[in-house]
Design a protein around this ligand. Sequence first.
Ligand SMILES: Nc1nc2c(c(=O)[nH]1)N[C@H]1C(S)=C(S)[C@@H](COP(=O)(O)OP(=O)(O)OC[C@H]3O[C@@H](n4cnc5c(N)ncnc54)[C@H](O)[C@@H]3O)O[C@H]1N2
Ligand code: MOO
Length: 452
Amino acid sequence: MTVAPNEGHHAAHTWHEARQRAFDVAAPIPSGPVPLGAALGRTLASDALAVQDMPHYASSAMDGWAVNGSGPWILNEPGQRLAPHQASPIVTGGLIPPGAKAVLRSESGVITTDDDGLPVLALGGSAKPGEPRNGQHIRKAAGEAAEGDILLNAGTVLNPAHIALAALAGLDQLDVLGKPLVRFLLTGSEVVTRGVPLPGQVRDTFGPQLGAVVELLGGIAGEQLRVGDNYEEWIDALQDTEPTLDELTPDEPFVEAEPPADVVITTGGTGRSGTDHLRKAVAELGGSLLIDGIAMRPGHPAVLAELPDGRFVLGLPGNPLAAMMALFTVGAPLLAALGHGHLEEVGEVPCGTTIDAEPGRTRLMPFKLVYGLASPTQHAGPGMMRGLAGADGVMVVPPHGVQLGEMVPAFALPWGKALPVPKAPEDKTRKVAPRQQRKAPSGPVDWSALDA
Ligand SMILES: Nc1nc2c(c(=O)[nH]1)N[C@H]1C(S)=C(S)[C@@H](COP(=O)(O)OP(=O)(O)OC[C@H]3O[C@@H](n4cnc5c(N)ncnc54)[C@H](O)[C@@H]3O)O[C@H]1N2
Ligand code: MOO
């Protein structure tokens, strides 16, 4: 709960400064191995090599018999060395025995008896002329890759087929670029997580939303922890967001804890009332404030801090839209920097309305594109979500305002389409040039093809 915080007092950074600072304070997380099950979507940090030939042994491509020479063949035990005119049963994928020269498909051979009544394999069934050719139906070793070949290049963004290839090669882990793990600390005694809230209660908008947005911004969404407005709970939660073994009841299965988070995102408590504990908790833990308020609306009380153990704490205001604007402004650049990304360039859209000046403050306004012009959405108060839910992007309205038709800085939503590239102003000289280059027909038009 916020009681009379001093709005604007700590708005130390402009909107542009805050983004840049959030990007500059973080260094890319070093690369490291991850198990294949966690590698989807990650970026390979170094080439993945074949540790042995692939396939690593010659095998049969068909069910049938491994054979040496021409038939009829005397049957041998599976796996034994085959002398000329010997054969042994084999299944698809089976190891080719020493001495085998080809595989005869089961459809192409028949077991019969020789003059002495002993079982022999002879060509028959649907055998084609010349069957079996030397090497037929044998998958050669190293047919897919030789030991040391590059299977996946550094920089590959891993898809399911890449991961399957790594598994086929016998790899258990892949070396990937670091990606920030984010944990969440959702606060507020009035917040409820189910059902229709009663007066004085508010339904939680962050639990169902923040993890997904963090993933879209290049982070890994970790655990969510909820605390009320009690300072001790805040401190405990910020100190260590992992459950310890003695906190687990004997019936709870021990699930391997997540590795330490790189970023903790808190919601609420950024104001300056008695129940707003973020700054005090950061100070008590020996952390430092990197951003303490931004000259923007909504979202001005946003905080970025660093704890002595290296974790960043991103304090989002409790108001739902304000929190999202703070996340786009500070969280997006921070996660980009930690995840080897770049600071997204701010785009531009033509403004469909005049917006008056509001000195000293950037306004972040969700907009909808109507006939190519950006119009601020309705229902975009700091505590609302309807305006953002229906938006195409967010305008970054400078303190001096914007005129109808003027280009205004803007950014796309992490889940939305990229902003349209504004059309270059009409340039007659450029338009004429290609037309002049077009080859003129050299003679009368030939219509003969139409008669065909
Ligand atoms: N006198 C002043 N009051 C306020 C100021 C100010 O400058 N002077 N700033 C306002 C602005 S702007 C914001 S933003 C908020 C910041 O509030 P806090 O970060 O301290 O957050 P709370 O006070 O805990 O909550 C604010 C608001 O958000 C609701 N909330 C909290 N958690 C959730 C959630 N999970 N889902 C949905 N809604 C949530 C909470 O119930 C409050 O209504 O302070 C203003 N006040
Ligand atoms: O600036 Mo507050 O962050 O409007 O809701």
